[in-house]
Ligand binder design. Structure first.
Ligand SMILES: NC(=O)c1ccc[n+]([C@@H]2O[C@H](COP(=O)([O-])OP(=O)(O)OC[C@H]3O[C@@H](n4cnc5c(N)ncnc54)[C@H](O)[C@@H]3O)[C@@H](O)[C@H]2O)c1
Length: 333
């Protein structure tokens, strides 16, 4: 049984506590939040869990094996560092840290102490993303051409980070998981309208072998859209995460260009075949992920969403931020 202490019971923390509390492999020993009203909510939902407003009680407790850091990004480094220094495994929210130097330091510290870091890249544990990864691994889509995602809605406005640091970690971590290659360069543009942080942004990532990715993130959209197009040489797919059923549709569509001997002109053939919607496993991603966290600790295995995966996402975020400040200048990774 992994004994977990959770720091942060704001918007996302309740989901973490509920899932850790319901798993056989984990037990929530204590929850810390500086806010009395947050602790009041916790006590009403989970009367058996002890509470504190002092993070040191969690970070130094001899009865806690792992600490979940579910606070704002600018606090992740300090809390995770103290947890690791005290010999605790760490489950930390996305984005991992505020900058790549902090992420590298935490990775090095965890390695030295043989402790696990898992970054909450929740989408990797959804049935949809696992199905997409499976299709790509099996070569169903053929060589990848592009990944194109729209992740927009009205709010939730964040006061401490821009829309890139809030929403783009989802797509960046998904790309990191399903695309074998690492991005080579980033171009990003964006604009602030309300509170000094970019509330709309467009990020383009260049990968080797002509693979290109584009992410549109926006807090000022009148409607919520969560749609990703993934195009390959053999097939193309559309993932609409807001669909209850048939979230993924795979299209047997594409273009073949040939130039037979002796024919000067290119022959363009458009393929338009069947569409099918693969079966997707219905699991609560967070439950799956937290169970996997306990498993990685018990089996001493490295999670796919380890500190290094968290660092790669932070590096892409930093590059995008740098590019935005220079109005779309290309930034190499
Ligand atoms: N994986 C996901 O899909 C997902 C979704 C939402 C949020 N998040 C991430 O979760 C993190 C938290 O976001 P949120 O929206 O829940 O924030 P929030 O502001 O609603 O909650 C944070 C809570 O932490 C508490 N807190 C902050 N510093 C503390 C400290 N030092 N000691 C004790 N308590 C402290 C605050 O009082 C607050 O209740 C962010 O990194 C965010 O990116 C992830």
């Amino acid at each position: 049984m992994i004994r977990v202490g959770v720091i942060g019971y704001g918007y996302w923390g309740p989901n973490i506590v509920r899932n850790f509390a319901s798993l056989e492999a984990t037990n929530v020993e204590a929850v810390c939040d500086k806010s009395a009203s947050a602790l009041g909510r916790l006590r009403r939902a989970h009367p058996g869990i002890s509470t504190t407003d002092d993070p040191q009680e969690i970070l130094q407790s001899p009865n806690i094996d792992a600490v979940a850091v579910i606070t704002r990004v600018w606090t992740h480094y300090e809390l995770a560092k103290k947890a690791l220094e005290n010999g605790k495994h760490v489950f930390v929210e996305k984005p991992f840290t505020s900058n790549s130097a902090q992420a590298s330091e935490l990775i090095e510290l965890a390695e030295r102490k043989n402790l696990k870091i898992m970054v909450d890249h929740t989408f990797l544990f959804t049935g949809a993303v696992r199905k997409i990864q499976e299709l790509m691994k099996k070569g169903v889509l053929g060589d990848l051409y592009y990944y194109d995602s729209v992740r927009v809605n009205l709010g939730l406005f964040q006061h401490d980070v821009n829309v890139i640091w809030d929403l783009a970690p989802h797509d960046l971590s998904i790309m990191d998981f399903i695309i074998d290659q690492r991005a080579e360069a980033v171009v990003a543009t964006g604009q602030c309208h309300l509170n000094g942080h970019e509330d709309i942004a467009y990020i383009t990532l260049y990968f080797p072998q002509n693979v290109i990715a584009h992410i549109n993130v926006n807090w000022l959209s009148p409607v919520k859209v969560r749609t990703t197009l993934i195009g390959g040489q053999k097939k193309m797919l559309v993932w609409n995460d807001l669909e209850a059923d048939e979230k993924i549709k795979v299209y047997d569509k594409g273009v073949d260009i040939t130039s037979p001997d002796g024919v000067r002109q290119l022959l363009v053939n458009y393929r338009s075949g069947d569409m099918w919607s693969p079966q997707i496993e219905q699991v609560e991603a967070l439950r799956f992920e937290l169970n996997y966290f306990a498993e990685c600790i018990n089996k001493n295995e490295r999670p796919v969403n380890d500190g290094c995966a968290g660092l790669r996402v932070v590096e892409m975020l930093e590059a995008a931020e740098k590019s935005i400040k220079k109005r779309g200048e290309i930034v190499r990774l």
